[in-house]
Design a protein around this ligand. Sequence first.
Ligand code: GDP
Length: 313
Amino acid sequence: MDIVTLAGGVGAARFLEGLVQVVPPASITAIVNTGDDFVLHDLHISPDLDIVTCTLAGLINPQQGWGLDGDSFACLEWLGRLGGPTWFQLGDRDLALHIRRTALLRAGQTLSQVTRQFRQALGVAVEILPMSNDPVPTLIVTPAGDIHFENYLVERRCRDQVLGVRMVDVAAARPAPGVLEAIYQAQLVVLAPSNPVVSIGPILAVPGIRSALLETAAPVVGISPIIGGAAVKGPAVALMQAMGMEASALGVAQAFADILDVFLIDTVDAHLKPAIEALGLTVVVTNTIMRGAVEKADLARAVVAWKISNQSM
Ligand code: GDP
């Protein structure tokens, strides 16, 4: 069974860690948000691509969910001594990824090619595709002006009031090679539990992707990143509220109702089942918090089991 997963960073990477325990990794394609990509120290940084790739390579810091486990920070310390910005925690090995990516991009390779080279070098069998090779930076609209999502999230620790979200140049962006084909050829598409506004939203905003999800014969299954009205981590609630969405599993289901067939919600949100079913979706109530390997595999198994018991879809 070919499975496509639309992915942001940490929540999606955890889900994919479960999925590779349940189906052959080579049957999975992750289509990853690149709206968080930005340039710092003159280096091209792709936070979500790196989180997904390095998590699947077993290299990520398990407490944080980002950053390489056991990394050192000698270069960052020196960058600070020399007056460079240090707000974005870049470990030494992490920097190697960004140095190499930047060099390859400058030599004319696409982000897709670099991403494939990295995941192969790190022994990852899951196909990892950037949503687009065209830059589509996500900006947060604040009273002080528009700031890049990473400045909002990391440098300013989400302290700005959010007035809106802008995906710059998205209307002209093209899906990366293989993205639409993977969606059309899949037997199952999963919207990972990722931030609906700044991770899934940008992927769906790339022209062609939303219509492919509507047209594909594969059922589209979503997993709520919002549990009991709160995010497991990160600014999803503030961003959803700023976009006029209800900050709940129901709000996520409403935002994606047109493309979803099935929605997995946490047991604490079981009371939302009738309202989500009223949107025309099948609802599966299960534990969706992924702490360890067993919970990750159980959640992936719940998704795959639903597909297997509804083979005709
Ligand atoms: P980021 O770019 O790394 O911040 O992350 P994502 O785009 O993947 O989105 C983070 C979202 O994932 C947040 O809304 C979290 O609530 C959600 N998330 C993280 N871990 C889990 C989990 O174990 N279960 C569920 N259901 N959601 C999670």
